[in-house]
Design a binder for this molecule. Structure first.
Ligand SMILES: NC(=O)C1=CN([C@@H]2O[C@H](COP(=O)(O)OP(=O)(O)OC[C@H]3O[C@@H](n4cnc5c(N)ncnc54)[C@H](O)[C@@H]3O)[C@@H](O)[C@H]2O)C=CC1
Ligand SMILES: O=C(O)[C@@H]1CCC=N1
Length: 266
C-alpha cells in the first residue's frame, strides 16, 4: 500500500511506527513542517520524509491526515487539486466532520474518519471508523490497515466524539491509572522499576482476561474478592472515595469539551 501521513506529529509518528514495524507499506510518505523531529525514520526502506504535502499526495493512494483540527482546512485546500479517483482520504482529526471535509474535497471522494490511539505504535490501537457514502466502497481498505495495528470497530459518525474520549484520550486516562497503581506499589515497598512492572503487567492481564473470556468485569472481580478479604475491602474503599464516579465524570467532561469545539477552533 502506498500511504502518506500528512502531519507527522504525536499521532502521525505513532501510526508511522506501527505501519513500519508491521511491514504494512509499499511506500510511506511522512510530511511535517519541520522534519527534525522525525529524522529517525530517515533511511528506512521506502519511507520518505518531506515538507511537501502535494508530493506526498501525488505519490500515494491512501492519505492519512493527522494535523491539528485548526490546520485541516488549509491542508485540504492545498492538496485538493492533486486528488484523483485512486485516493482514499482517512482523517484522524477530532471534531472535523465528514460534511465539512466533503465541502472541500467533494462528496464523490472516498472519505473515511478514523479514531485510533497512540498504542498504534505498538500494534495495539483501538480504532473506530466511519465514512461518507462514497467511502463505504473503501472502508475495507481502512479496516485492513487498522486491523493490522490493533482492533477496529465501525460506528456511525455521530459516535465519533464519544469514541475520541473513550479510545484516544483513553490512553492518557489508563496511563494515569497505571501510574497511580505504581505509586501505591512503591508506598507498599517495591522500587519504582518493579512497581511499574507490577502495574503494567497486572493491567495487561486484566484486559486480556476480558478479551479472551468475553466476561463482564464483575465476573472477574467476583473470582478475586475472597469474602472478608483484602480485595473487597480495598475495592469498597476506592468506591467510597469515588473511583468509578470520578472516571465517568472525567470522561463526560472530555466529551463536553469536544462537543463544544466551535467552528472558529476548527
Ligand atoms: N495525539 C493523539 O493521541 C490523538 C490525536 N488525534 C487527532 O490527531 C490530530 C493530530 O494530533 P497530534 O498528533 O496530537 O498533534 P501534533 O500537533 O502533535 O501533530 C500535528 C502535526 O502536524 C504538523 N503540521 C501542521 N501543519 C501542517 C501542514 N500544513 N503540513 C504538514 N504537517 C503539518 C505539525 O508540524 C505537527 O507535527 C489532531 O487532530 C487530534 O485531534 C486523534 C486521536 C489520538
Ligand atoms: O486531546 C485531544 O484533544 C486529542 C484528541 C484525542 C487525543 N488527543
Amino acid at each position: 500500500m502506498k500511504i502518506a501521513i500528512i502531519g507527522t506529529g504525536n499521532l502521525g509518528y505513532s501510526i508511522a511506527k506501527g505501519l513500519i514495524t508491521t511491514n504494512a507499506i509499499t511506500s510511506l510518505y511522512l510530511t511535517k513542517r519541520n522534519l527534525d523531529d522525525i529524522k529517525e525514520f530517515e533511511g528506512y526502506k521506502n519511507v520518505m520524509l518531506t515538507t511537501d504535502n502535494t508530493l506526498a499526495v501525488r505519490e500515494s493512494d491512501i492519505l492519512i491526515f493527522a494535523v491539528q483540527p485548526a490546520h485541516l482546512q488549509a491542508v485540504l485546500n492545498e492538496i485538493v487539486p492533486f486528488l484523483t479517483e485512486k485516493h482514499v482520504l482517512i482523517s484522524t482529526v477530532t471534531g472535523f466532520v465528514i460534511p465539512k471535509i466533503e465541502a472541500i474535497v467533494g462528496s464523490d471522494t472516498f472519505v473515511i474518519r478514523a479514531m485510533p490511539n497512540t498504542a498504534i505504535a505498538v500494534g495495539k490501537s483501538m480504532t473506530c471508523l466511519c465514512s461518507n457514502e462514497a467511502g463505504q466502497k473503501r472502508i475495507k481498505i481502512a479496516k485492513a490497515i487498522f486491523d493490522r495495528l490493533g482492533h477496529t470497530l465501525s460506528i456511525p459518525e455521530s459516535q465519533m466524539q464519544a469514541a475520541t474520549v473513550v479510545c484516544a484520550s483513553g490512553i492518557a486516562f489508563w496511563m494515569r491509572l497505571i501510574r497511580a497503581t505504581t505509586q501505591a506499589a512503591i508506598q507498599l515497598g517495591f522500587d519504582a522499576k518493579e512497581a511499574q512492572e507490577l502495574a503494567m503487567y497486572t493491567s495487561e492481564g486484566a484486559a486480556n482476561l476480558l478479551i479472551t473470556n468475553g466476561d463482564h468485569p464483575e465476573q472477574e472481580i467476583d473470582r478475586v474478592t475472597t469474602p472478608k478479604g483484602c480485595t473487597i475491602l480495598g475495592l469498597n474503599e476506592m468506591e467510597h472515595k469515588g473511583l468509578s464516579s470520578s472516571l465517568i465524570q472525567g470522561m463526560v467532561a472530555s466529551f463536553n469539551k469536544i462537543s463544544n469545539i466551535k467552528e472558529a477552533e476548527l
